[in-house]
Design a protein around this ligand. Structure first.
Ligand code: NDP
Ligand code: GDR
Length: 338
C-alpha cells in the first residue's frame, strides 16, 4: 500500500504542485481546507484532481479540527503549508498572523506527538526569517526577520527544531526563498505584474501600480521547490535546508522581463524621486506602470539571495526552470485567461 500524506493549506499555490507530485507517487492525500476558502479555489482544485484528494474542513486556529484529521488520516507525512502568507498584510493583522503561523504550528506539533508520533513533518519556513541578514543567506546565517510574518515563521522554525532535538520527531524546516507559478496569488508582486500586464495588453486595465521596485528577490519555480519539500522527508535523517536558485533580481528587472515578454513597446522615465518613476506605452504615450506608496512596507527586506549548497550536496536537489522560462509560463497563462 502507498504512503499517506496530510497537507494543510490545500488550495494554496504550493499544494497544487505538491499534491500532483504525491499523487504521481501513489500517495493517498488528505487536504485541509477552510470553511472560508474561496469556492472558486475549491472548484479549480477539483477540476484538476477530481475526488483523488480527501478534502476535510479545518483551520490552523482550531486545534481540535487538526486532531480530528490526523486521527482519521493517520498520515506518514504531514506538510504544513497553511499560513497567513502575505508579508505586507501581516503588518495590518500581526496577532492573527502569529496565531496561524506560530501558535498553529505549536498545536500541530503537539497533536502529532500525541496522535501520530512516527509521522514526518515538513514545515514551510521561509527566507523572510533571514530578513535583513547579509546575503547570500544559508542555514548558518543569522535570523533578522523584519515583519510580523517573518517573526511568526521564525517562532515556528524553532518549535520544529525543538521537536526534532527534544522529542526525536522527524521534523524539517524548508527555508524556501520566493517561488512562483501561474497559481501564485495576485497579491504577490510577480503574479500581480504578469496578470496586470496581460490585462493592459488586452485593453482591460489602464495602469499597474507598484511599490518598491528596488527590492531584490531570488525567484524560483514552485514546481521545482515542492520537490525539495518531498526530498527532505525521504532522507534518512531530519534537517533544515535552504532552497533557492542562487540568482537574485530586482522587482524592476522582473517587471521589464514581463514587459519584453508582452511585446509592449515602452519607454521608462527615471527620477530621483521614486514616486515619479513611470513606464509609458510608446505607441499611445499613456502611463502603464506607476509607483503607489501604499504598497511600501513599514520595514522592507531589501535583498534576499539564497545559498542552497547544502540541499544540492546532501539531497541532490537542483532547480530546473529558469526565471526567463518562469516569466514566460506565467505571462502566457495570464494572457490566455484574461
Ligand atoms: P498560499 O498563500 O498560496 O497558500 C496558503 C494556504 O494557507 C491557503 O490555501 C490558505 O487557505 C491557507 N490558510 C491560511 N490561513 C489558514 C488558516 N488559518 N487555517 C488553515 N489554512 C489557512 O501560499 P503558498 O502556497 O505560496 O506557500 C505555502 C507555504 O509556504 C506558506 O506557509 C508560505 O508562508 C510558505 N512560503 C511560501 C513561499 C513562496 O514563495 N510561495 C516561500 C517561503 C515560504 P485559503 O485557500 O482558505 O485562503
Ligand atoms: P514577499 O513577496 O514579501 O517576498 O513574500 P511579494 O511578492 O509580496 O513581495 C516581493 C517584493 O516586491 C515588492 N513589491 C511589491 N509587493 C507586492 N506584493 N505588491 C506590490 O505592488 C509591490 N511592489 C513592490 C515588495 O515590497 C517586496 O520587496 C513572499 C510570500 O510568498 C511569503 O509567504 C514568503 O515567505 C516569501 O515570499 C519568501
Amino acid at each position: 500500500m502507498g504512503q499517506f500524506a496530510f497537507i494543510t493549506g490545500i488550495f494554496g499555490q504550493d499544494s497544487r504542485f505538491l499534491t500532483k507530485h504525491l499523487l504521481d507517487k501513489n500517495y493517498t492525500v488528505y487536504g485541509m481546507m477552510r470553511r472560508s476558502s474561496k469556492l472558486s479555489a475549491m472548484q479549480d482544485f477539483i477540476k484538476d484532481f477530481g475526488d483523488k484528494v480527501k478534502l476535510r474542513y479545518g483551520d490552523m486556529t482550531d486545534p481540535s479540527s487538526i486532531r480530528k484529521i490526523l486521527a482519521e488520516a493517520e498520515p506518514d507525512e504531514v506538510y504544513n503549508l497553511a499560513a497567513q502568507s502575505d508579508v505586507r498584510v501581516s503588518f495590518d493583522i500581526p496577532e492573527y498572523t502569529a496565531e496561524v503561523n506560530a501558535t498553529g504550528v505549536v498545536d500541530l506539533i503537539s497533536a502529532m506527538r500525541e496522535i501520530v508520533p512516527q509521522a514526518k513533518l515538513y514545515q514551510a519556513s521561509t527566507s523572510e526569517c533571514f530578513g535583513r541578514s547579509k546575503p547570500p543567506q544559508n542555514e548558518t546565517s543569522i535570523f533578522q526577520p523584519t515583519s510580523p510574518y517573518g517573526t511568526a515563521k521564525l517562532h515556528a522554525y524553532w518549535e520544529v527544531r525543538n521537536a526534532r532535538e527534544g522529542y526525536n520527531m522527524f521534523a524539517c524546516n524548508g527555508l524556501l526563498f520566493n517561488h512562483e507559478s501561474e497559481y501564485r496569488g495576485e497579491n504577490f508582486v510577480t503574479r500581480k505584474i504578469t496578470s496586470s500586464i496581460a490585462r493592459i495588453v488586452k485593453g482591460k486595465q489602464q495602469c499597474l501600480s507598484l511599490g518598491n521596485l528596488d527590492a531584490k528577490r531570488d525567484w524560483g519555480s514552485a514546481q521545482d521547490f515542492v520537490k525539495a519539500m518531498w526530498m527532505m522527508l525521504q532522507h534518512d535523517k531530519p534537517d533544515d535546508y535552504v532552497v533557492a536558485t542562487g540568482i537574485a533580481h530586482t522587482v524592476r528587472e522582473f517587471l521589464e522581463m514581463v514587459l519584453q515578454c508582452s511585446g509592449i513597446s515602452y519607454w521608462h522615465e527615471c527620477s530621483s524621486d521614486p514616486l515619479e518613476e513611470k513606464y509609458y506605452n510608446s505607441k499611445t504615450g499613456k502611463v502603464i506602470v506607476k509607483i503607489d506608496p501604499s504598497f511600501y512596507r513599514p520595514v522592507e527586506v531589501d535583498y534576499l539571495l539564497g545559498d542552497s549548497t547544502k540541499i544540492r550536496n546532501t539531497l541532490g536537489w537542483e532547480p530546473e526552470v529558469t526565471l526567463e522560462q518562469l516569466v514566460s509560463i506565467m505571462y502566457k497563462h495570464d494572457f490566455e485567461v484574461q
